[in-house]
Structure formats: structure tokens, C-alpha cells
Design a protein around this ligand. Structure first.
Ligand code: S3P
Length: 172
């Protein structure tokens, strides 16, 4: 493994419902690294939840705040970072993430994403008549971006949580 003093970050990217937070928490525990979730960090900085930010500032306002949070978190060292599903939309975010650590794309079928996000009120982009169509449309745009930024791609439907965590830990 990488010596403690030189430890860079592990960055998890992928769509909503990919399991970034779950995998991240387990990975962090295994490697004894702090776990940080950029959406939770944004919420604690603003004191409001994600839907409220979307409501008052729109997606554009959310993306601006998200970029600022990612910039700060990327300056840290030795953390496991779970990003929001749209973190790869801005080119400057992609550059930033790729430079600050091992970027892992948790590739996940839409059906599994749907199952994990069902009845979730905390994801404004899924408050629609047809969440499946929304997830498919988002993935079509973002899958190439996740691939572009990733150093490692893990298929979460083929690996169980435990083997996903082990697989990433071994690459680190
Ligand atoms: C978003 C994903 C969410 C959150 C926000 C927007 C997206 O994060 O950042 O609701 O654009 O896909 P998760 O991927 O953790 O759900």
C-alpha cells in the first residue's frame, strides 16, 4: 500500500443509488481513513437539505456550491470521498477529482439504482412521474464522463458490497 504520509484520497463517482455512501463508509472503516460525503458536507455548510438548495437556487446554484465543496475536499489528504451523481458534469470538477486521488466509478444498472432510491425524497432530480426514464437519461449523458474520470471501474451488480470494498482497497 501507499505509505501513510503520502496517502492520497479515494474518490467514488457514479449515479444516484450506486452505493457510493455505503461502499465509502465500509472502505473508510477498512482502511482507517475518514469518510466524507460531499452532499452531507454541503448540507452542513448551508444548514439546509439538498431539496431546499434546489428549491431556492435551482440546479445551477446547487452545482456552484457543489464545485466549491469539492474543491475544498480535494485539498484534503487520505480521505474516502463520496461525490454526488452530478459531480462529473463540470470539467473543472473532473480535473480536480482525478488529480486528488484514486477515482472509482461504481457502475450500476438503472434497475438497481431505482430499487435503492425508491420513495427517496432527498433527491430532487427523481421527483418526477417517471424516475426510470430520468435515471436512464442522466446515465446516457454521464456514463462517458464517469468513464473519463475513473482510474478504476467496478460493476456493483456483479460484486457484493464486501468484494467491492476489497477490490478497491487492493488497488489503493
Ligand atoms: C445528484 C445526485 C445527488 C445529489 C443531488 C444531484 C445528481 O447525489 O448530489 O441530488 O445530479 O445526480 P447522490 O448521487 O449521492 O444521490
Amino acid at each position: 500500500g501507499i505509505p501513510l504520509a503520502e496517502r492520497t484520497n479515494i474518490v467514488l463517482v457514479g449515479p444516484m443509488g450506486a452505493g457510493k455512501s455505503t461502499v465509502g463508509r465500509h472502505l473508510a472503516a477498512r482502511l482507517q481513513m475518514p469518510f466524507v460525503d460531499s452532499d452531507r458536507e454541503l448540507e452542513s455548510r448551508t444548514g439546509v437539505d439538498i431539496p431546499t438548495i434546489f428549491e431556492y437556487e435551482g440546479e445551477e446554484g446547487f452545482r456552484r456550491r457543489e464545485a466549491a465543496v469539492l474543491e475544498d475536499l480535494c485539498a484534503r489528504c487520505g480521505i474516502v470521498l463520496a461525490t454526488g451523481g452530478g459531480a462529473v458534469m463540470r470539467p473543472e470538477n473532473r480535473e480536480q477529482l482525478q488529480r486528488c486521488g484514486l477515482v472509482v466509478y461504481l457502475r450500476t444498472p438503472v434497475t438497481l439504482q431505482l430499487k435503492r432510491t425508491a420513495r427517496d425524497r432527498n433527491r430532487p432530480l427523481l421527483q418526477t412521474e417517471d424516475p426510470r426514464a430520468r435515471l436512464e437519461a442522466l446515465l446516457e449523458v454521464r456514463d462517458p464522463l464517469y468513464r473519463e474520470v475513473a482510474h478504476l471501474i467496478v460493476d456493483t451488480d456483479r460484486e457484493h458490497l464486501r468484494s467491492t470494498v476489497r477490490l478497491i482497497a487492493r488497488q489503493y
